[in-house]
Write a protein that binds this ligand. Structure first.
Ligand code: APR
Length: 260
């Protein structure tokens, strides 16, 4: 693993050169890319799971047995998303897509900020919090305007069942796996940005790319289980951009424009 920071740029030129010669780059993003948009991540100190333990609030079985409890988490999540905008980290990924240097994004985030930044190939493995879904009749709809204020639980207009946000709870199947595997099977360089790489199946994607001979570029404020390959016998990130997603992606893009 070669580390790059704002202060030590020794490996930046080499990383940029390999990125420019890669044939099929994809980004895997997590909550860390949206922290600088003002959205708390899950596992950093003070993150959402410290306030709403996931096994107590975030599972599909709690939604079935105590939907009012799940809706405490959903409302906190929803309030955290109100008025949030993409920052340059999201915008740089949209720019790389426009430059035809990024083929798509697999995001674990539910905040829609990649789409808001202009990215067009965004696969949302954990769904999207801007819509509600009915597990009874499958309807997906926009939430009522007062959904974050009201105590009452939103009900499906077709079958009267309690609605949930169109996101994947623990114990539910993740989304778009076929499209994700299609996007990744030709991937020879994966940018892994702002994720603790702890939740499967998303956490298995970097190793999948690595084992098929691809490169891993990790962007994070701290080392993760992926950085040194703790789970895969030391097969970890090839380059570790150690810093905030915004600053490190800006440094990377700057290195690219210098190279051109
Ligand atoms: N820039 C880059 N990385 C950051 C920043 C930042 N400004 N701030 C935090 N991070 C990093 C943290 O160091 C951590 O590694 O982002 C990561 C966030 O990790 P998590 O909170 O675990 O979020 P994520 O990896 O997206 O979680 C995956 O778990 O609970 C589920 O469904 C939830 O989609 C989520 C999934």
């Amino acid at each position: 693993m070669k580390q790059i920071t704002s202060q030590s740029r020794e490996h930046l030129e080499e990383a940029v050169a390999k990125f420019l010669s890669a044939r099929h780059c994809v980004a895997l993003t997590g909550a860390g890319i949206s922290v600088e948009s003002g959205i708390d991540d899950f596992r950093s100190p003070g993150g959402l799971w410290s306030k709403f333990p996931p096994d107590e609030y975030g599972t599909i079985s709690v939604f079935h047995t105590h939907p009012e409890k799940s809706w405490k988490l959903f409302r906190a999540l929803g309030r955290g998303l109100v008025g949030k905008k993409p920052i340059q980290a999201h915008q740089i990924l949209a720019q790389l897509e426009e430059m035809k240097k990024l083929n798509g994004i697999v995001t674990q985030n539910i905040d829609n900020l990649h789409q808001d930044a202009g990215s067009s190939v965004v696969l949302e493995i954990h769904g999207n919090h801007h819509y509600l879904q009915c597990l009874g009749c499958g309807d997906v709809c926009k939430p009522p305007v007062d959904v974050l204020e009201e105590e009452k639980l939103p009900l499906c207009s077709h079958c009267d069942r309690v609605l949930k946000p169109n996101v994947v709870l623990f114990g539910e199947n993740v989304r778009q796996l076929d499209e994700i595997h299609n996007l990744l099977h030709r991937c020879d360089l994966l940018m892994v940005i702002g994720t603790s790489a702890q939740v499967y199946p998303a956490a298995a994607l970097p190793e999948q790319v690595k084992y098929s001979g691809g490169l891993i570029y990790e962007f994070n404020i701290e080392e993760t289980v992926l950085t040194h390959g703790e789970r895969s016998g030391g097969v970890g990130s090839d380059y570790f951009f150690h810093g905030s997603a915004a600053a490190m992606l800006e440094l990377f893009l700057d290195g690219m424009t210098r190279k051109d």
